[in-house]
Write a new protein. Structure first.
Length: 192
């Protein structure tokens, strides 16, 4: 089973500070998705149920908050993939994970756009590596179950996932286009 390590700098925090940080990130993700770039730190604090100073203590700038949201999202995706690899039906787990990730990508459009606008670099190499490992586990299970062709590699699945997420993010694909595109991708992954 996958264990999600707290991000660096969070491990040494008191339990209440870790909980506040997690509440702030969850609230920020919701607020930015709802209100877009005009969302304020005050709105995030109110939604999280903390003082605005607590937000600034954890995330001194809006960019820091946005970068943390992306890192947190990647960590959650890795944990979700690990959980599916461990407990879900191997014939459907990979497809469920990819579908859910594309839907999530469509809803985080605002955060990604704000990061791109601000030129904020998000150090995500380790998070992407871990996500790739978990996708590899899902792929291996799907191949053993006969649901995915044996010649498909994890880097190819990650590339397909990235491409479809980019389309959902930047082209604003509606739910029907996302569904139809995933059907084509999934058909390409299945044994002939």
């Amino acid at each position: 089973m996958s264990t999600q390590e707290p991000p660096e700098g969070v491990r040494g925090m008191r339990a209440d500070a870790r909980r506040n940080r997690a509440r702030i990130l969850a609230a920020a993700e919701e607020v930015f998705a709802e209100k877009g770039p005009s969302a304020s730190t005050e709105e995030v604090a109110a939604r999280a149920g903390v003082a605005v100073g607590t937000v600034f203590k954890h995330f001194p700038t809006k960019r820091d908050l946005l970068a943390a949201i992306m890192k947190d999202l990647l960590a959650r995706l890795s944990a979700e993939a690990g959980e599916l690899a461990e407990h879900a039906d191997p014939a459907t787990a990979l497809f469920s994970f990819v579908s859910g990730t594309v839907e999530r990508a469509a809803s985080t459009r605002t955060v990604v756009a704000l990061l791109a606008e601000s030129g904020t670099a998000v150090g995500i190499a380790d998070s992407v590596r871990l996500l790739g490992e978990e996708i590899g586990r899902l792929l291996t299970g799907a191949q053993r179950a006969g649901a995915v062709r044996g010649d498909v590699r994890p880097d190819e699945v990650l590339a397909l996932l990235t491409a479809v997420c980019q389309g959902a993010l930047h082209a604003g694909w509606d739910a029907d286009l996302r569904r139809r595109t995933l059907a084509v991708v999934f058909e390409g992954l299945r044994p002939r």
